[in-house]
Design a protein around this ligand. Structure first.
Ligand SMILES: [Fe+2]
Ligand SMILES: [Fe+2]
Length: 302
């Protein structure tokens, strides 16, 4: 992997310049350049307004269907109460809350939803949630994207699209540095959350095999569809969003088990994921105006 753009921290410390090849040696040198012995950690739910903001998102449709009872909300909150995050990661949440509220809500809800799905599919989900949530921030690399590009409401230029696509690699570098471990699961999730099972993803086009990362992938896509976004005046309705995720499973970009779990949580009677029959019928309507992934033909800045 080679960096196309520089990676810096929130306080503008350059970690690696553009052009750096991410070899094991480079990553080890980067980690040993971190002179902080250990960052202070703090419970996520007690930080700022996080708990309040999370609860508010859980009652927003269609999440109100997924988190449909106090018991379900309490079940997730009990797990999240144990999540402690290091200060630089919490500061990235402050940054997103202040400057890109969509990303702030997105990382919180991907964490909450992936907790529910992980509980269905992973035997040691508590251990896993704790590890991944040391950087709930599969999208932490977005701190390296200039805000005018991150929040752009019109089609991107090729160069802007490539800066946005770089956030997974940037997140990998940032979390490897902050956790002083490039094999840390949070860093791996940041790096691989835009990869797909059939190898059609980015940045490396590897075949996604890790179940934990796959859960994040599905929650990431689903939340992005049902939530407000600058590049689209209207969000996907829930039915269409689930159909989009189902299409991805039909194309072998993600696995059926994760989709079944997502569908089960979206049903009123909350069946077991293994008992869910996913409808292949496509009756949803995608938003008519949507610039997601649309790249301007004439690239004015290249
Ligand atoms: Fe992302
Ligand atoms: Fe994301």
């Amino acid at each position: 992997m080679k960096l196309s753009y520089p990676v810096h921290t929130l306080d503008n410390q350059l970690l690696l310049p553009a052009g750096t090849v991410l070899s094991t040696e480079t990553l080890e040198d980067l980690i040993s350049s971190n002179k902080v012995t250990s960052y202070q950690a703090y419970p996520l739910l007690e930080y700022g307004m996080v708990k309040h903001d999370l609860l508010r998102q859980m009652i927003r449709p269609p999440y109100d269907l997924i988190f449909s009872s106090q018991e379900r909300i309490a079940g997730v909150m009990t797990v999240l109460e144990k999540v402690n995050l290091i200060i630089p990661v919490l500061q990235s949440l402050d940054y997103f809350k202040r400057d890109d509220y969509h990303t702030y809500c997105h990382v919180l809800m991907v964490l909450a939803l992936s907790t529910l799905i992980a509980r269905d599919l992973l035997p040691d989900y508590r251990g896993w949630i704790n590890e991944v949530s040391r950087g709930p921030t599969h999208d932490i690399g977005k701190i390296c994207i200039p805000l005018h590009i991150l929040k752009k409401a019109t089609p991107l230029t090729k160069a802007e699209k490539s800066i946005i696509d770089h956030h997974s690699t940037a997140g990998y570098v940032l979390l490897s540095y902050l956790h002083k471990d490039y094999k840390n699961l949070a860093a791996i999730v940041a790096r691989d959350h835009h990869e797909r099972k059939d190898g059609s993803g980015v940045p490396r086009g590897i075949r996604l095999r890790d179940r934990m990362v796959e859960i994040i992938v599905v929650c990431d896509v689903y939340d992005a569809l049902i939530s407000p976004r600058p590049y689209r005046p209207v969000s996907y309705d829930n039915r269409t969003a689930i159909e989009e995720v189902t299409k991805m499973a039909e194309m072998n970009k993600i696995g059926w088990e994760v989709v079944k779990s997502l569908v089960a949580h979206n049903r009123k009677d909350k069946p077991r994921p293994s008992e869910v029959k996913v409808s292949r019928e496509k009756r949803g309507t995608t938003p008519s105006l949507n610039f997601h992934g649309v790249v301007e033909e004439a690239d004015s800045d290249s």
